[in-house]
Structure formats: structure tokens, C-alpha cells
Design a protein around this ligand. Structure first.
Ligand SMILES: NC(=O)c1ccc[n+]([C@@H]2O[C@H](COP(=O)([O-])OP(=O)(O)OC[C@H]3O[C@@H](n4cnc5c(N)ncnc54)[C@H](OP(=O)(O)O)[C@@H]3O)[C@@H](O)[C@H]2O)c1
Length: 293
């Protein structure tokens, strides 16, 4: 029998995975906010194809064996706290979100569970409750923080191989997460400062100069954290800004809608790591302060 997957945070990415898991034969239960209960049905649009999925409501009682967390990083604490008594040594948690550091919350509330990390370049948006558009295909990388849990990441990739999404086991998931963090540090706060789509940063000399300084600082911290030389992050950030030129970053969307941003788990995480290694990141600190303001 297929295990039941609980999805904590049935937003754009959570709903996308919920639909694909159910289509692949897994029972799926959505867990939303108490104040705004999760939808019981989702209409998934992928290209010209639209399909409707119905989901079971969470009964709030049953032990949870498989949990996919897709709330935003800063929402992890409030979302996970009420579930901690339902998670134990037999539970598997997959943390799939932008930013780094929310695994500390998982370790705090569920120290016995196996926690895997995932990062995705799938693109999804939720124009209305119960409606999700899979706007762009990408790759989802899955790995473990601790080397002894790598076998669990391998098993998960095998279990999810029929999802119809591009999945990759990554034995160096931390490097993958750091690279995504670097791109987020380089692009997201600047799109807020200049109130522009990603690509517009490339034709703005002032923004580009700041982006280069941001990337140099991230490279230094990343080299200390991973104990290996970092890639040329400025080139990487420019490539991503070109490829996603028309996109408005998630941070810009959050600020525009008056929502809290993920800055504490993006630039904030970088600054905490910099402090651990006695490094200064004045450019990132300035952007962090401006976004917080
Ligand atoms: N969307 C993408 O294309 C994409 C791509 C790559 C990575 N990501 C990352 O994936 C993560 C999720 O992004 P998203 O776009 O899916 O965000 P989202 O649509 O806002 O989804 C977050 C979901 O979590 C729910 N939630 C918030 N607090 C909760 C709580 N206490 N308990 C239960 N549920 C709670 C939200 O409910 P409400 O609706 O009530 O707020 C919402 O359904 C983020 O870290 C994002 O950066 C997104």
C-alpha cells in the first residue's frame, strides 16, 4: 500500500506536488492554516491540460508518517508546532522551500524524525483558492543534511519516480541550496529596491554593481561554510536574471501584497553564517536592513 502524504502548506508548490502525488496513486491530505482551511479540491492547469483533484480533510489526530512542508520558510514554526505530537521516529519530513535554516525548527520540534531537504525550480502560481497553474517545468533536487540519511533520500526519489516531475537525488544538497540562496540574495532584494522584474536589473548599472558585490560576499561566506571554493556566483545570478527576465521575484510579490518576505531565511541566513565565521557582508547587510524597514 502506498503511504499517505500530508502536505503542510497547500499553496502553489504544495498543491502542485499534492496533485502529482495523488495522480501517482498516493493518498494525499492537505493541511492549511486554521484560519483559512485548505481547499478540498484543486484544479491544476498544465499547458492546455486541466484536471481536477479532490482531497481528504485532515482529521487533526492521526499520526503523520510522510510530511511534505511547503509553507514559506518564515511560516514553518507556526505551521509545524501544532503537528509535533503527530510526528515521531517513524516519520519522514521533506522540507521544500526557498531559503535556508528552517530545518532548525524541524529539529527543534521533531528531533527524532528523518528530515530531508528539497529545492525546486518548478514554477507554479495560485490565481485563486483551489486553482493552480504549473507555469514552468523545472527540477526538484532532494538530499539529506546528514550523510547517514542519504539512503532515505535515495528511497524517496525511487518512491517519487512516477510523479511525472523531474526529480534528482543530490548528495551535495547543501551546495545546491547555497547556490539557490546566492541567486536569491543577488536578485530578490534588488528587485524590491528597484521595483522591477528580474531582467531589468541587468540593464541598470547601479543595480548590477550592487549585485556583483552581493555575490562576492556570498562567495566568501559560502566558501567558509562548505569548505570548498564557490562557483562564480555573479555569472550564475546574471544567467538566472536573464532566463527569468520577465518574472517578478517572490520577494517583490510579497512586498507588493504587504506580506512578510522570506528575507530572514535568505539574506538573514547569510548574515548569521557570516557572523559565525567572523566575516563582514556590508552590501548584504544594507539590503537586509532596507527590506526589513
Ligand atoms: N511558487 C513557486 O513557483 C516556487 C518555486 C520554487 C520555490 N518556491 C518556494 O516554495 C515555498 C512555497 O511557495 P509557494 O509559492 O507555494 O507559497 P504559497 O502559495 O504562499 O504557499 C504557502 C502555503 O502555506 C500556507 N500556510 C501559511 N501558514 C501556514 C500555517 N501556519 N499552517 C498551514 N499552512 C500555512 C499558506 O496558506 P495561506 O494561503 O492561507 O497563506 C499557503 O497555502 C516558498 O519557500 C517559495 O519560495 C516557490
Amino acid at each position: 500500500m502506498q503511504p499517505t502524504w500530508h502536505i503542510l502548506g497547500p499553496g502553489a508548490i504544495g498543491s502542485l506536488f499534492a496533485c502529482h502525488l495523488q495522480r501517482a496513486g498516493f493518498p494525499v491530505v492537505l493541511i492549511g492554516r486554521k484560519a483559512s482551511p485548505s481547499p478540498t479540491s484543486i484544479l491544476l492547469q498544465e499547458g492546455d491540460h486541466t484536471q481536477s483533484f479532490c482531497f481528504e480533510c485532515d482529521d487533526g489526530q492521526r499520526p503523520i508518517t510522510h510530511l511534505l512542508i511547503t509553507v514559506k520558510a518564515h511560516q514553518t514554526d507556526a505551521a509545524l508546532r501544532p503537528l509535533k505530537h503527530r510526528l515521531g521516529a517513524d516519520s519522514l519530513i521533506v522540507l521544500m522551500q526557498n531559503g535556508m535554516g528552517a530545518w532548525e525548527t524541524v529539529q527543534q520540534y521533531c528531533p527524532e524524525t528523518v528530515c530531508l531537504l528539497a529545492t525546486t525550480t518548478e514554477g507554479a502560481n495560485r490565481p485563486a483558492p483551489g486553482q493552480v497553474i504549473h507555469g514552468g517545468s523545472g527540477t526538484t533536487y532532494v538530499g539529506a543534511l546528514a550523510p547517514d540519511l542519504q539512503a532515505c533520500a535515495h528511497q524517496l526519489c525511487a518512491q517519487w519516480s512516477g510523479l511525472g516531475l523531474n526529480l534528482q537525488e543530490d548528495q551535495a544538497i547543501l551546495r545546491q541550496l547555497w547556490q539557490k540562496l546566492a541567486i536569491n540574495c543577488a536578485i530578490n532584494p534588488l528587485t524590491v529596491m528597484y521595483d522591477c522584474p528580474n531582467g531589468a536589473l541587468l540593464s541598470n548599472a547601479e543595480a548590477l554593481a550592487t549585485m556583483e558585490k552581493v555575490c562576492k560576499e556570498v562567495e566568501t561566506v559560502m566558501t567558509h561554510a562548505l569548505r570548498e571554493p564557490a562557483a562564480d556566483l555573479f555569472e550564475l545570478a546574471k544567467t538566472v536574471a536573464t532566463r527569468t527576465g520577465h518574472n517578478r521575484s517572490s520577494m517583490l510579490q510579497d512586498v507588493t501584497c504587504g506580506r512578510e518576505t522570506e528575507i530572514d531565511y535568505i539574506t538573514g541566513f547569510l548574515l548569521r553564517e557570516a557572523k559565525r565565521f567572523n566575516l563582514n557582508c556590508p552590501q548584504n547587510q544594507a539590503l537586509y536592513d532596507q527590506i526589513k524597514r
